[in-house]
Structure formats: structure tokens, C-alpha cells
Design a protein around this ligand. Structure first.
Ligand code: 13P
Length: 338
């Protein structure tokens, strides 16, 4: 594939219903995932697991990009092939998470700002030399008593805009991820309000920083009820409120919106995406950049045992295919019965 600039790269990733596999769990997060299946989080086990994912048949044609963690972009598979080359061989592009995690904000209890701007330019230059074509930075917004504050939203969206500038200056597509967390008992309307404020602030900062929107991807949360709310919004309400919030805030020239799954079950994340694409009426591609919702079934099926590799790959392939169909508005629940 010949991609000449960030606009072509961004469009390629979400072309024809394709989406992104988020496999950029930090080592501590990967440790938590491995704990759930009783596997020790060693460098070799992390390599084996990701090698298995990247060799899955269903990567091809359904996945346009894979987000990696620093360790993985440098790793080689058992037979000596770089893991990032496995991704390229599947017709997908390797990308890299470049933020350095969360830091509490002074005088804002319960809120954090994402750090990692120090030394970012040097890190990006190295990643570009390792064939990374796109990058990701995740900001986290909590909903709670009196939060999110304007101070938290502003600090996080400013950092996202500064990161995006640096990524584009280095010829890589920035994925800007302002994640309003599902944690809590809040209503879907509280989630709408926090998402609306965050997106408004984000696009104002991106404009101020002269970001090329055509060479950018947005990775937002969907507008949902809080995880612990007793009043869970249904699929249609999530789809209509998410679309309303996005249409209100996201410039039409953005090539793609790739949702995070944020703790939704895998099938529900697919159903929500499909419902939005069936409604339609927007200019961007509406696709996925799921971590847990693509990997959960594959992780469980694998359970660290080499004899489970094929059934695990089959699980990932299935979810990738289902989500591609959802990105085209062509998923049906019956397709989940296998
Ligand atoms: P989830 O889909 O599991 O939320 O992960 C996506 C991601 O990359 C979070 O930063």
C-alpha cells in the first residue's frame, strides 16, 4: 500500500468498514487481563498472546490499524519476524500509544490530566523510524459530584491538541481520545453533558493549534448510562444520543470516528455501533477502536495454552468481522450464533 500523507493514512485505517484493534495495554493493565485467566504477565507471554492476535485470519480486511504499546513495537515473534511486520502483512498499519498515563490535578479531587508531552518529539521520531503510521493519546474524564470541572477538561484537551500537533509535525496521524469513563451511577444525560463539554473544548483547542482535521481520527466514548446506574439506557437511546452529541461537535471533514468500548460487553459494543450506522446521516466513517470488546473472548479462549491458539484466533476473527459489519450498518444479532 502506498500512503503519501496523514490524510491518506487516516482514511485508509477506516476504509470499507475497517476499524482498529487496540492492543496497547500497558504492562500493568495487561497484567490485570492476564490475572483474569491465570497467566503470568511476563514479556514472553505478552509477546505470545499478541503474536497470536496479529496472526489471526480475521485481521485481514477487517482491521485497518493496530495500536501497540512501546514494548510490542520492538518485539519479534517466535520465528524472528517483527510483530509490527505481522500487522503490515495483514494489510493493517501499526500505531503506537504515546502518552505516559495519568497524574492527579492539584485542587481537583478525583480528576487527572494525561502527561507525556516532555520528550514527545524525540519519542515520535523514533516510532516513525519503526514504521508507526499513527499514534494515540488518551485523556480521562470522570463523572461525579461536581466533576468534571472546566479546569480538568481544559487541561486535558489542551494536552491532546499539543500532542496532535507534534504527531502531525512528525508525519503521523493523531488519534485523539477524550474518554468519559462509564464508572459510576450517573445517568445517560450526565454522560451526554460531560461528553458534549469535552468534545466542544477538544475541537476548539485543535483549531487553535492548527491541527489538520482531515489527518486526525477521534476515539470517543459512546453516550451511555453509568455502569452502576439502575436505569440503563437501551440500544436505540445510546445510538441516538451519541450521534446527536457527535453531530453537534465534530467537524464534517474529520475522516473517522473510532469508538472505544470502555467496559461494554463485546456484543453490546457491536450492537451500538451497528445501530448508529443504520441511522446514518453523518459524513465521517463511524467505526471501532476496541480493546476489551475485541479481545475478551479471544483472551478467555486462549488461557495461556498453545493448544487453544486456533480457537482463540477464531474468536478474535469473529469479533473483527462482526464489528466491520456494524461499521457498515450490516450486523444482525443472529450472526452471533455460530
Ligand atoms: P477499550 O475498548 O477496552 O475501552 O480500550 C480502548 C482503549 O484503547 C482505551 O484507551
Amino acid at each position: 500500500m502506498t500512503l503519501n500523507n496523514i490524510e491518506e493514512i487516516a482514511s485508509f485505517i477506516v476504509e470499507d468498514g475497517k476499524g482498529i484493534l487496540a492492543a496497547d495495554e500497558s504492562n500493568p493493565t495487561c497484567g490485570k487481563r492476564f490475572d483474569s485467566i491465570g497467566v503470568e504477565s511476563t514479556e514472553e507471554n505478552r509477546r505470545d498472546y499478541r503474536e497470536m492476535l496479529f496472526r489471526s485470519k480475521g485481521m485481514n480486511g477487517n482491521i485497518g490499524g493496530v495500536i501497540l504499546f512501546d514494548e510490542t513495537i520492538r518485539q519479534t515473534s517466535e520465528d524472528g519476524t517483527l510483530l509490527r511486520d505481522l500487522i503490515l502483512n495483514q494489510g493493517a498499519l501499526p500505531g503506537i500509544k504515546v502518552d505516559k498515563g495519568l497524574q492527579p490535578i492539584e485542587d481537583c479531587p478525583g480528576e487527572t490530566v494525561t502527561i507525556g508531552l516532555d520528550g514527545l518529539d524525540e519519542r515520535l521520531k523514533e516510532y516513525a523510524s519503526m514504521e508507526a503510521k499513527f499514534t494515540k493519546w488518551r485523556a480521562v474524564i470522570n463523572i461525579g459530584d461536581g466533576i468534571p470541572t472546566d479546569k480538568c477538561i481544559d487541561a486535558n484537551m489542551q494536552a491532546l491538541a499539543n500532542y496532535a500537533k507534534c504527531a502531525q509535525d512528525n508525519g503521523m496521524v493523531p488519534i485523539v481520545e477524550p474518554e468519559v469513563l462509564m464508572d459510576g451511577e450517573h445517568s445517560i444525560d450526565d454522560c451526554y453533558a460531560a461528553t458534549d463539554r469535552s468534545l466542544k473544548s477538544l475541537f476548539a483547542h485543535l483549531e487553535k493549534n492548527d491541527i489538520n482535521i482531515k489527518g486526525t481520527l477521534l476515539k470517543p466514548n459512546m453516550v451511555t448510562s453509568g455502569k452502576d446506574s439502575n436505569d440503563q439506557a437501551g440500544i436505540d437511546e445510546v445510538a441516538t444520543k451519541t450521534l446527536e452529541c457527535l453531530i453537534k461537535n465534530v467537524p464534517v471533514e474529520l475522516p473517522g470516528i473510532t469508538f472505544l468500548s470502555g467496559g461494554q460487553s463485546d456484543v453490546l459494543a457491536t450492537a451500538h455501533l451497528d445501530a448508529m450506522n443504520k441511522i446514518g446521516g453523518f459524513s465521517w466513517k463511524l467505526s471501532f477502536s476496541y480493546g476489551r470488546a475485541l479481545q475478551a473472548a479471544a483472551l478467555k479462549a486462549w488461557s495461556g495454552k498453545p493448544e487453544n491458539v486456533f480457537i482463540s484466533q477464531d474468536e478474535l476473527s469473529h469479533r473483527a468481522e462482526m464489528n466491520k459489519l456494524a461499521s457498515l450498518g450490516q450486523w444482525e444479532e443472529e450472526l452471533e450464533d455460530r
